[in-house]
Design a protein around this ligand. Structure first.
Ligand SMILES: [Zn+2]
Length: 149
């Protein structure tokens, strides 16, 4: 319990509009379960606000490791229903600032990775990720993430 509180206090997510709900500790790492505070979504097409939630969708994103542990963020994203009958968009997923829908890694994770690659090179970085954090990233993925600005 002590250890959990210690870790909980250390995890500050660099994401706007999300609230920490629960932290789970596994031998393989830490999972932070978050949810967004948004009660209302704005349709990206017709701009009509809605509070009708169609479904929730779980998304798992990697964040920078803490205390030598892999950190995963589990976001329960809302999928809203557009209430405007004449709109072509039926449902849309809420947007989280600083996190594109297609992203699997936070900016903090990418920074961590770039630093790891810069210090160790691609192959050693891949081994460190595997051995220390049980993360399996292909060299192509490492190269792609390591080269982004
Ligand atoms: Zn709409």
């Amino acid at each position: 319990m002590k250890r959990k509180q210690f870790i909980e206090g250390k995890i500050e997510l660099n994401l706007k509009d999300v609230q920490k709900k629960e932290i789970k500790l596994f031998t393989s790492g830490i999972r932070v379960i978050v949810e967004t505070a948004n009660k209302i979504g704005i349709c990206p097409n017709c701009k009509t606000p809605t509070d009708k939630v169609y479904e929730h969708r779980k998304q798992i994103i990697l964040d920078r490791p803490r205390s030598d542990k892999k950190v995963e963020i589990e976001i329960n994203k809302k999928r809203f229903l557009c209430v405007n009958d004449s709109c072509v968009v039926k449902t849309f997923t809420e947007q989280i600032e600083g996190l594109a829908a297609s992203k699997r890694y936070t900016q903090e994770f990418e920074n961590f990775l770039k630093d790891l690659v810069a210090r160790n090179g691609y192959i050693a970085a891949q081994n460190i990720l595997e051995e220390k954090y049980s993360l399996y990233l292909s060299l192509t993925m490492l190269f792609y993430l390591g080269c982004q600005d």
